[in-house]
Design a protein around this ligand. Structure first.
Ligand SMILES: Nc1ncnc2c1ncn2[C@@H]1O[C@H](COP(=O)(O)OP(=O)(O)OP(=O)(O)O)[C@@H](O)[C@H]1O
Length: 333
């Protein structure tokens, strides 16, 4: 097997020139003669290498640049500068040979024909990708079974629920057995059970086909379940690239100390922010650097039965990273 990375991105940037909108009639009339524009730097100087078979979570606040990167990787957008290679192809060339090896699934866009059963759209996909009949049937059956959608593929897509439609979309996007999957919010708007179903499906597809997956999701549960490695993009720049667990270590400004005392209802508000208190069990949040002295003080001043120290929940860390104007350097892998 080739040791060449599945995805290799160097110095990738994308800027959009957009018309500047000023309010008022005068501005509108003025705009007819001279159009003012401004440049949006959606993606700035991103480097990224993903090995074959890896599942990488792609995190960032709204507007951070995730979709723009995925569109460049799948060849829908040309980079402004930089180099992109996926499975050795230059995506922007949109070569047939490349399109056959990858897929882009967007949770907020559907590719299936609305009024037709999904099975009809699948036939079209088969023709476009020239998938041999026997392989097509086998793959379709495998995917339908894995996603448990059975006969639903024979109902017009417009009659399906959101979750059923997403499953049908996934089948359609994978019929040509792509080796690289770009999944942009594949669980958007789905209930917890359906999210789990999609998640385990992605894991299984990755395992069976050794597929490379780049996944964006606002649901941290998706990322936690599927991705050991995450990449964080912030204002178009790569802010972090490494293990999900290291993300907490790197960016958490706080630690959470859970302490169990042999006294009920002790007031520990002097030690830090009390997150919860139940009987003798108290959860405190303290600035990271204060954790060691706080622990020492607790141990010396109380009869401590148990004590654990953790990074705050990953959702809190992510929220903190996104809301801060942080310009921290990307963590080298
Ligand atoms: N075609 C376009 N023309 C102009 N600006 C664009 C275009 N596409 C994206 N942008 C801008 O580029 C920036 C990055 O957008 P992008 O859609 O990549 O973000 P995102 O991280 O995917 O966000 P979300 O989580 O909301 O989907 C945003 O400021 C967006 O407004």
């Amino acid at each position: 097997m080739s040791t060449e990375p599945a995805i290799d991105v160097r110095g990738l940037s994308k800027s959009f020139v957009v018309p500047e909108r000023e309010s008022g009639l005068r501005a509108a009339l003025g705009g007819l003669v001279r159009r003012r524009t401004r440049t949006v730097h959606a993606v700035r100087d991103v480097d990224l290498t993903v090995a074959r078979g890896e599942v990488v979570g792609f995190l960032g606040a709204n507007g951070a640049g995730k979709t723009t990167v995925l569109k460049m990787l799948s060849g829908l957008l040309h980079p402004t500068t930089g180099d992109v290679a996926v499975l050795g192809h230059v995506p922007a060339r949109r070569e047939r040979a490349y399109l056959r090896r990858m897929t882009l699934v967007m949770g907020n866009r559907h590719q299936l024909q609305w009024d037709l059963p999904a099975s009809d759209s699948y036939e079209l996909t088969r023709a476009i990708y020239q998938v041999p009949e026997a392989r097509f049937r086998r793959t379709r059956e495998e995917l339908v079974e894995l996603l448990e959608i059975g006969e639903l593929i024979r109902k017009p897509v417009r009659t399906l629920s959101l979750g059923e439609r997403m499953k049908a979309e996934l089948v359609g996007s994978l019929l040509h057995q792509p080796e690289v999957l770009f999944l942009d919010e594949p669980t958007l708007g789905l209930d917890i059970t359906m999210q789990k179903r999609i998640r385990s499906f992605v894991a299984e597809y990755n395992r069976r086909h050794e597929a490379t997956v780049l996944l964006t999701s606002h649901y941290m549960a998706d990322i936690q379940a599927l991705c050991k490695r995450v990449v964080v993009i912030h204002h178009g720049r790569l802010l972090f690239d490494g293990d999900l667990s290291a993300l907490g270590e790197e960016f958490a400004a706080h630690k959470e100390i859970e302490v169990t005392l042999d006294e009920a209802d002790a007031d520990l508000s002097g030690y830090g922010e009390v997150r919860s208190a139940e009987g003798g069990r108290v959860r405190l949040r303290v600035p990271r650097e204060n954790a060691p002295p706080t622990i020492a003080k607790l141990l010396s001043e109380h009869n401590v039965l148990d004590l654990t120290v953790e990074a705050p929940p990953i959702e809190d860390v992510i929220e903190q990273v996104f809301s801060s104007g942080t310009s921290g350097a990307a963590v080298p892998r």
